[in-house]
Design a protein around this ligand. Structure first.
Ligand code: KDG
Ligand code: MG
Length: 403
């Protein structure tokens, strides 16, 4: 089954998405997501300038061989641009394999290990009252797990606060990076009080999650984890910059709050120490930024050996193709923890139609052959690329901090 065309489509239906389309000689078409928020065109270039030409004439059925060819054949290893590009090709090849077999991808991965995938949604507010109202909305929608974020008093802008009109949270903005402000002391005082407030209001029957977004030092994160313990969060996410793996030993030594990390990590080698030294509880690598279904399954298999569970990133900047691919993996692995699900802004649904479904806090990828997502290239052409940047974060003294 030879690949006859490989092309990259950059579109912006509600936000930017980079989509790979692979055609094969017998008419089976596969799609993959290559979106890297704020750096979309670098992945598009890596694909169209360096990867797509290498695929023409290759056998689409040889997924592992193509993965190894693209990874080892480049000589230069890892990194978000390379691994997102490889991921998109890998996911498109799994889509093709499923369609050719007449089966949903999860059946090819061993079948369903559970009936549905528990997902968490987001709640946020500029005030605790607004946060309460949003948590109520998420619970009414059926979610059993909710990530909670609120504006830190005294800071001009806080990470993770969705617009008050109900649209999905989107940190990227056009023309130039937005500047956020940061003061560790104010945050460390506020976050445990916010979590305690939500617990008091909604009780212990809902899983509560919180994202620190890489902003603390290890000892500060240890202090936060300990302060959160009475609220029993499902996890504390990205407490320190994710690339510093040994930092998690210090955090671990000071708290029993479960730790989640990995949305910015791209390969099994980036999380080897975190997993094998049991420094975390949940690994958040995603299908689209960590080498696709093939490589993500390898990471989760390693994690399973060490009692670490999955908790994949699923922000709105991962397209519906990635969401579907994540659900096929989540449904089939033994060590699912939870899956993030933010949804997508309109008019993404005009470009991507997906067969995954949500009911009572759980999602299922559906039983269409392949991934179950149809990408409408003609519709995508109506929404041209918009330059977008993620924010930068500054401390009150003007120095650049982790965002
Ligand atoms: O593009 C960056 C977002 O995907 C990220 O900020 C979202 O941290 C995030 C999360 O946990 O969803
Ligand atoms: Mg996060």
């Amino acid at each position: 089954m030879k690949i006859t065309d490989a092309r990259v489509v950059v579109s912006s239906p509600g936000r930017n998405y980079v989509t790979v389309v692979l055609d094969t000689e017998d008419g089976v078409v596969g799609v993959g997501d290559a979106t890297l928020n704020g750096r979309e065109l670098s992945v598009a270039s890596y694909l169209s300038d360096h990867v797509c030409p290498l695929l023409i004439g290759r056998d689409a059925r040889r997924i592992e061989e193509i993965w190894q060819y693209l990874y080892k054949g480049a000589y230069w290893r890892r990194g978000p641009v390379t691994m997102t590009a490889i991921a998109a090709i890998d996911v498109a090849l799994w889509d093709i394999k499923g369609k050719a077999a007449g089966m949903p991808v999860y059946q090819l991965l061993g079948g369903a290990a559970r009936d549905g995938v528990m997902v968490y949604s987001h709640a946020s507010g500029a005030t605790l009252e607004e946060l309460d109202a949003d948590v109520e909305t998420q619970l009414a929608a059926g979610f059993h797990a909710v990530r909670v974020q609120a504006s830190v008093p005294g800071l001009e802008r806080t990470y993770g606060i969705a617009p008050s009109d109900g649209r999905v949270y989107e940190p990227a903005s056009s023309s130039s990076p937005q500047e956020d402000s940061w003061e560790t002391g104010a945050y460390l005082d506020f976050a445990p009080a916010m979590m305690a407030h939500v617990r008091e209001r909604f009780g212990f029957g809902v899983h509560l999650l919180h994202d620190v977004h890489h902003r603390l030092t290890p000892i500060e994160a240890g202090r936060l984890g300990a302060a959160l313990e009475p609220s029993r969060p499902f996890w504390m996410e990205d407490p320190t910059p994710a690339e510093d793996q040994s930092a998690f030993r210090t955090i671990r030594n000071h708290t029993t709050t479960p730790l989640a990390v990995g949305e910015v990590l791209n390969s099994i080698w980036d999380c080897q120490q975190l997993i094998t030294e049991r420094l975390i509880d949940y690994i958040r690598t995603s299908v689209s930024h960590a080498g696709g279904i093939t490589h993500l399954r390898r990471i989760f298999a390693l994690a399973d050996l060490y009692g670490v569970r999955s908790g994949s990133h699923g922000a709105g900047d991962l397209s519906p193709i990635s969401m579907a691919a994540a659900l096929h993996v989540d449904l089939s692995i033994p060590n699912l923890g939870i899956q993030e699900h933010m949804g997508h802004r309109d008019p993404a649904g005009e470009v991507f139609s997906s067969s995954y479904r949500f009911a009572d806090g759980y999602m299922h990828p559906g039983d269409e052959p392949g991934l179950g997502v149809v990408f409408d290239e003609a519709a995508a052409a109506r929404f041209p690329y918009q330059p977008m940047y993620l924010p930068v974060n500054r401390r009150l003294d003007g120095s650049v901090h982790d965002w």
